[in-house]
Design a protein around this ligand. Structure first.
Ligand code: GAL
Length: 668
């Protein structure tokens, strides 16, 4: 990227050409540097099969180029035209219930359909040939948000592709039968042709089969991404190819972004603030940290978010003054090389006409537009941060596949919730002003060793190899904090042999004799001499310490008298285990001690809900301070620096007004 990216999805095909000229003039006024074009334009550029009409797209790309605005050009393969479905109704996806989704919306795609694959490759090639070397094209945007709204298709074509995928993975039926545990409920397969997708079954379907189907569906979509990417690499050498992710446990649960991130030239992400959520800025930061982490710490780009209300949420709550800038700059602080929106100009028609935009229905005499112009200027003033990397203090383990597995039916409590625990632990770290990287549990212990503290909030599925990594991390001196219902099953959703938590018993120095799920609304208390009593709910366990010391014990409830929170000294490090669902204060109490073990000093001098994050590079370190409160705040500064949004010199401390953002280039 040549500049920090600022702009949004631009859909000029929805407007008469005179509006385009007004658009580019306004883009210049707002400091827009790049727009995403053509995401939904297949029907415009290929009105009939094999007949291309690039007239309008040529004029749009040319106009943007003449005005110095870069083009993130999309392949429109998320919405094949109506003519395509008329000729190939079999390319429409089928739900688990056996219902075929129809045309009339978007994303109705069976990723295993050969007709779709061929048509998508053809239109991608046509675009690559025409615009591959066009100087306006700064990035390629393949498809749109793979994984939402539909990833898994259960049609016959998909069934056949699933069987091929299984043969490659397992080679023999014996291996498949063993992996899926088909001896249970008499499901043994004697012929590959007997195997079908995990369609609706009278009662719970084989969980290993379901888990593999999710993996297979992701691989099918990824193969389609790769096909388009490779065509673009061939025809448009040197131009980065991306596809917009939805890396947020709140917004997309179907894609394993650890795997996908390896396939794109730059990670880009869409994030929609959950407006109604209390302290929604915390989950925004979590999504941004997770995005940076799948990108391996490299700069990434926020490709969509909203200027204000989001129409697909239950209530399209408008952002408060200053909130859009705070949201945007929080992403930038956590590694984004700019801030882009859905969308440039609010649509008059269609399903998203009540979605906010950079140019709202109210036009330019509006708060949103004034803030859009101001944000463009702010990003202009931050140019020099490009290429720097966010500095993390601690790590959190996250694995999509474990989340998928945990969400399947008939777990020991329906209140177990991977996402909830990940968010709760992340929030506890955020409140201690610790910036977190996420790590895949398969990460090499040598890399894990970069973090003094590693939190495992919910890792139901933990492979043997991951368990060994975590053990090596602790033995090497790391401080590990593991929350309950982790380390339970292997990659096939089979319980590790022996007592729970099979993959983590050794590192934690304990076994779990019995799960003790709590009744709805039941609470338990855990106590320790000289420490605050804490409250838990949802879950308890009969824990048997086998090397670990008991720090907090259950004082009531089904596990009364037994260990509740334990600490195991192993090698040069320490492993904590938390066997109940602690609330905010409880998590903080455990973290306070774990941080002390890890040598992380408290940051009590930083005000609550004032987010302080650093980006650092060869030419300097930049401190971002975002005040999410309604009161002016002071952030202590070691040394002095220059505030980039206002240009003033600051020393000793930084004043951050209520709701405001400050970015300081630190001296030295
Ligand atoms: C995104 C999508 C956009 C638009 C936006 C609205 O998920 O990529 O096309 O629909 O949501 O919030």
């Amino acid at each position: 990227m040549v500049r920090l990216a600022y702009g949004g999805d631009y859909n000029p095909e929805q407007w008469p050409e005179e509006v385009w000229h007004e658009d580019v003039a306004l883009m210049r006024e707002a400091g827009v540097t790049m727009v995403s074009v053509g995401i939904f334009s297949w029907a415009m550029i290929e009105p009939r099969e094999g007949e291309y009409d690039f007239g309008r797209l040529d004029r749009i790309v040319g106009l943007l180029h003449d005005n110095g605005i870069g083009v993130d050009l999309a392949t429109p393969t998320v919405v094949p035209p109506a003519w395509f479905y008329r000729a190939h109704p079999e390319a429409l996806p089928v739900s688990r219930e056996g219902v075929r989704w129809e045309f009339g919306s978007r994303g109705a795609i069976c990723h295993n359909s050969p007709a779709y694959q061929e048509a998508a490759a053809r239109v991608t090639r046509a675009l690559g040939e025409r615009y591959g070397k066009h100087p306006a094209v700064t990035m390629w945007h393949v498809h749109n948000e793979y994984g939402v709204p539909v990833l898994e298709c259960y049609c016959e074509t998909s069934a056949a592709a699933f069987r091929r995928w299984l043969r490659e993975r397992y080679t023999t039926l014996d291996a498949l039968n063993a992996a899926w545990g088909t001896a249970f409920w008499g499901q043994t397969y004697h012929d590959w042709e007997e195997i079908a997708p995990p369609r609706l079954t009278p009662t719970v379907c084989n969980p290993a089969q379901r888990l593999d189907y999710r993996r297979f569906a992701g691989d099918s979509a990824l193969a389609n991404f790769r096909r388009e990417r490779d065509i673009l690499h061939e025809l448009s050498p040197g131009v980065p190819v991306t596809t917009n992710f939805m890396v947020s446990p709140t917004q997309c649960d179907t894609i394993d972004y650890w795997a996908w991130a390896r396939e794109v030239d730059i990670v880009t992400n869409d994030h929609y603030l959950v407006a109604e959520e209390d302290r929604n800025h915390v989950n925004l930061s979590m999504a941004a940290d997770l995005t940076r982490s799948v990108a391996g710490g490299a700069p990434w780009l926020l490709l969509e978010h909203s200027t204000s209300g989001v129409n697909w949420q239950p209530r399209g709550i408008a952002k408060r003054p200053g909130e859009m800038a705070r949201n945007s700059l929080a992403h930038v602080a956590r590694g984004s090389e700019g801030a882009m929106f859905f969308q440039w100009r609010a649509s008059r028609a269609g399903a998203e006409k009540f979605h906010s935009a950079m140019v709202p229905h109210a036009g330019t005499d509006s708060r949103v537009w004034r803030e859009v112009v101001e944000l463009g200027a702010h990003l202009g003033a931050l140019e020099e941060i490009r290429g720097t990397r966010t500095v993390a203090d601690v790590a959190v383990a996250w694995d999509w596949q474990s989340w998928w597995a945990q969400k399947l039916e008939w777990r020991p409590s329906e209140d177990l919730d991977t996402r909830e625990r990940a968010e709760a632990w992340y929030a506890a770290l955020f409140d201690r002003h610790l910036t977190a990287d996420f790590v895949h549990p398969g990460t090499d212990p040598a890399r894990l060793a970069e973090y003094p503290l590693l939190v495992v909030p919910a890792l139901y599925l933990t492979t043997k190899a991951a368990g060994e990594n975590l053990r090596a991390y602790v033995e090497g001196g790391g401080t590990l904090v593991v929350s309950y219902f982790s380390g339970i099953v292997d990659e096939h959703d089979a319980v590790h042999p022996g007592p729970h938590p099979g993959a983590l018993r050794d590192v934690l120095g304990l076994t779990v004799e019995e799960f003790q799920p709590l009744r709805k609304d039941q609470k338990v208390t855990v106590g320790a001499a000289g420490r605050p009593a804490l409250e838990g709910d949802v879950w308890a366990e009969t824990v048997v310490a086998r090397g670990a010391e008991t720090v907090w014990s259950y004082t009531d409830g089904p596990a009364a008298g037994g260990p509740a929170v334990t600490r195991h000294r192993l090698g040069r490090g320490t492993a904590w285990y938390v066997s109940t669902r602690l609330g905010r204060d409880g998590l903080d109490a455990v973290l306070a001690e774990a941080c002390a073990d890890a040598g992380l000093a408290p940051r009590d001098e930083l005000p609550h809900d004032v987010e302080v994050v650093r980006r650092s590079g060869e030419h300097g370190t930049y401190l971002f301070a975002l005040n999410h409160t309604g009161a002016d705040a002071k952030v202590p500064l070691e040394g002095a620096g220059t505030e980039l949004l206002g240009g003033e010199r600051v020393a000793g401390h930084l004043a951050v007004p209520a709701g405001g953002v400050r970015v300081v280039r630190l001296d030295g």
